[in-house]
Design a protein around this ligand. Structure first.
Ligand SMILES: *Cc1c(COP(=O)(O)O)cnc(C)c1O
Length: 437
């Protein structure tokens, strides 16, 4: 069925282009043929909307524009599109216009915590660097929906220089998260330039890229791009899969390219009503991710952004999903469930309760099966007195990495410039004789 849909979309695009189907696997071709209006979507998928619905969809698009890559559209199961997770994440829903009383344009106050254009500095040691407001696909559940399709789509080089200057002037920033929009919308050259500039800042220890390209346009992960990214040995990539169906063969190959290049991969999922608000779907998603060397990082509660109310679930649904994963599956397949605090408080982790009671020397815990256990605390624990006088502290506060300064055993013989020529046990009979003992 899916294969069939891909063929259908391909041949339709070919007929629109006077029969010339250029390379489906070329990401630039995909971007150039991205679906941006209802009519093209109908034409390509054979889905038809009624007159009344079309008018309301058009109205939705005037507020929140549409963009779907042909690749992502080809994953839609046309025979059951109203329940399809790919369709729901990419095609507008007229409920996006229902703005609820509590909905906010900028629920995370990212614009307020912005010292210079493009930078959000919320946490003490890390910043968000939004290099563009554009994406290859406009996710219907985007938390930055207010910015989707903005005119000023990319930071120009002067603005980029200014935001990088802020980072190099702010010594406490040790982690830079390049986001957007989708940073991989930038040209290879510009991506390389930003990474190079950031890696020259001595206090920047890690760089992260947040991108949905492996999901919505995996062809963007070209050998050339991977060549640029793999130069930076402190670079992490976080992507955004929400449903197991998104891990097509092409998506898996893109992930494999990144992982083979040694880039650590993480995934941030959003809990979405009608898409993945089910323990079974979520667990399967996490399993497929780790199978493809992607470590589940966060599962987000859906933000209170305008136009997202139909995607929101109660927090209890997230709790239920966590309850189904913790202990039931590999620890590293379980993401951390977080709520991004409205007003800009940052991400707040929430978890079902496992510590159920405690006394002065015992804590009572329950496990994933409901087994209740007591953990007895140590009878004697001498807390380290801390008055912040680290010089007199008994803990080892030399935090420099250890060096192999005193090789022992065979390493002593193997080392360059080693003066030792032999190792002999103390009890050796021959040496004892030699020494006349
Ligand atoms: C999510 C986020 C970060 C990164 O947070 P981590 O928990 O370290 O992944 C940094 N800045 C802002 C504004 C964020 O929203």
């Amino acid at each position: 069925m899916r294969q069939h849909n891909k063929k259908r979309i391909k041949s339709k695009i070919a007929s629109i282009n006077n029969g010339v189907l250029e390379d489906w696997g070329d990401y630039k071709w995909q971007l150039a043929h991205s679906i941006r209006d209802i009519k093209s979507f109908e034409l390509l998928t054979d889905i038809r909307f009624g007159e009344f619905e079309r008018i309301r969809l058009e109205k939705t698009l005037r507020k929140f524009p549409l963009a779907i890559t042909p690749y992502y559209a080809s994953l839609i199961d046309i025979s059951n599109y109203t329940n399809d997770p790919i369709y729901k994440q990419s095609f507008p829903d007229i409920r996006e216009l229902d703005v609820m009383e509590n909905d906010m344009r900028d629920p995370l106050s990212e614009d307020e915590d912005s010292p210079v254009m493009g930078v959000t500095h919320r946490y003490p040691d890390r910043v968000l660097l939004n290099v563009t407001s554009t994406c290859s696909m406009y996710c219907r559940h985007c938390t930055r929906k207010r910015k989707v399709g903005d005119k000023d789509r990319f930071l120009n080089k002067t603005q980029l220089r200014e935001s990088i200057r802020y980072i190099s002037d702010t010594r406490e920033v040790r982690d830079v998260l390049i986001s957007g929009g989708d940073p991989l919308m930038l040209s290879d050259d510009l991506i390389g330039w930003v990474l190079e500039k950031l890696s020259l800042v001595p206090h920047v220890e890690v760089i992260r890229i947040g991108t949905r390209m492996p999901v919505v346009l995996p062809y963007r992960i070209t050998d050339e791009l991977v060549g640029i990214l793999s130069k930076y040995k402190n670079l992490w990539i976080n992507t955004h899969f929400n449903h197991p169906r998104e891990l097509s063969g092409t998506a898996r190959r893109a992930l494999a390219k990144l992982a083979d290049a040694g880039i650590p991969l993480g995934n941030q999922t959003v809990l979405l009503a009608g898409v993945n608000d089910c323990p079974r779907i979520m667990k399967k998603l996490m399993h497929v991710l780790v199978q493809n060397r992607v470590r589940p990082y966060y599962m987000y509660q859906c933000d209170m952004s305008e136009g997202l109310s139909h995607f929101r679930t109660p927090v209890g649904k997230g709790m239920e999903i966590m309850e189904h994963m913790v202990g039931h599956t590999s620890g590293f397949a379980v993401p951390r469930y977080v709520i991004d605090a409205p007003g800009g408080g940052g991400k707040i982790p929430v978890m079902p309760e496992y510590l159920i009671s405690w006394s002065t020397n015992k804590v009572i815990l329950r496990n994933y099966e409901g087994v209740i256990t007591a953990y007895k605390e140590p009878d004697s624990y001498e807390p380290t007195f801390c008055d912040r006088d680290c010089d007199s502290c008994r803990l080892q506060l030399n935090l420099e990495p250890g060096k192999e300064e005193n090789p022992i055993g065979l390493v002593k013989l193997l080392g360059e410039g080693s003066e030792t020529v032999s190792l002999t046990p103390k009890s050796n009979e021959r040496i004892r004789r030699r020494n006349g003992k």
